[in-house]
Ligand binder design. Structure first.
Ligand code: TRP
Length: 336
């Protein structure tokens, strides 16, 4: 039996931070040899809210370079850009026409984002989950690593696939595979440095709320110095009254490679004045190899381009095959 296929993506919206790394990219890297991985930059999703054209291409390249710098290995992983494979847009149209409108209107993320956008809600924002379903279904993915916030979209993907198969495929010969979520043991939920109850976020207006993967050491030091703590001595995990403390200890655990028990013992009598320098040093050391590799990769633009050319070819080979099957099932004639 071949390896199972895993597919996932991240939007190119700048400010890649520890939450993106510890919550997503590092998990892909750790599991990559077990699976056949398709990992992409979701640049079509990035324009569902207002965006800056000058920024889009550079954020896309930065993200690809970071994927590689974080340790994605091209022997196991195909890296590509969503907009380079036109089948994503095309399948989205086809699936749009079999997706009931109220399924999309019920999506929690749509409702939340729509409120934030006010007057400015595009049809694309509503359609976002159909594009995401197309991303996944084109590759007949077995598993999709998703965080809490994307689970509902994966459910919807399964519903769309099931509906398509029901309407247009023979019962014993489904056209689209229903993907399963890939759930990791210790879900690393990385919280904001300014508020331990909110997620660390790319879009938080305060840069002090997050540690970005490309922050230089003095900035990391400054941010940790300024981050929110509490006046209690002795640091503990899992105290609901101390969300910041739990978050910082969790980050320290993940970045140091120590176990939770080791960190709990090490820090139980510490005050913040002792913990912060230790945490700073650990964070800087953990990011250093990534930053060095990132520098080397971005200095060689032709290398990045060859990675993406290769990625696009491999991705297209699979995506175009699924698209052709979908079109045939819907009754389209083959172009002459
Ligand atoms: N919507 C995902 C996010 O913002 C990104 C994404 C787009 C994705 N297409 C996907 C993730 C397909 C997994 C599979 O996090």
């Amino acid at each position: 039996m071949g390896k199972q296929r895993v597919l996932s993506g991240v939007q190119p919206t700048g400010n890649y931070h520890l939450g993106n790394y510890l919550g997503a990219i590092r998990n892909w890297v750790e599991g990559q040899s077990e699976y056949e991985n398709y990992l992409f930059v979701a640049d079509l999703h990035a324009i569902t809210v207002p965006h800056e054209p000058k920024q889009l291409a550079s954020d896309t390249y930065t993200l690809v370079a970071l994927y590689l710098a974080c340790g994605l290995d091209l022997n196991y992983s195909t890296i590509f850009v969503q907009s380079h494979v036109s089948a994503h847009s095309e399948l989205t149209w086809l699936l749009n026409c079999i997706t009931p409108l109220n399924w999309l209107q019920d999506m929690i993320q749509f409702k939340e984002k729509a409120v934030k956008q006010g007057e400015n809600v595009s049809a694309g924002l509503l359609d976002y989950p159909v594009l995401m379903a197309s991303d996944i279904l084109l590759y007949q993915a077995d598993k999709v690593p998703v965080g809490e916030d994307q689970k509902q979209h994966l459910e919807l993907t399964r519903d769309i696939a099931a509906r398509f198969n029901h309407l247009f495929a023979q019962p014993d010969r489904p056209v689209l595979k229903l993907p399963d979520p890939l759930i990791r043991k210790e879900g690393a939920r990385v919280m904001s440095l300014a508020d331990g109850k909110r997620k660390m976020s790319k879009s938080d207006p305060s840069d002090l709320s997050r540690i970005n993967l490309l922050d230089p050491p003095d900035q990391i030091q400054y941010k940790i110095k300024r981050c929110k703590t509490d006046p209690i001595r002795g640091l503990t995990f899992d105290d609901p009254e101390r969300p910041e403390c739990n978050n910082l200890l969790t980050l320290y655990t993940l970045l140091s490679g120590k176990t939770k028990e080791e960190v709990a013992a090490e820090c139980q009598d510490m005050g913040w004045g002792q913990f912060k320098p230790l945490f700073t040093e650990t964070t800087i050391a953990a990011l250093k190899p990534i930053q060095e590799k990132y520098q080397a990769i971005t200095e060689d633009k032709s290398y990045l381009e060859s990675v993406l050319r290769d990625g696009r070819e491999k991705a297209e080979a699979i995506a175009n095959q699924t698209l052709a099957q979908v079109k045939a099932a819907l009754g389209y004639s083959t172009p002459l």
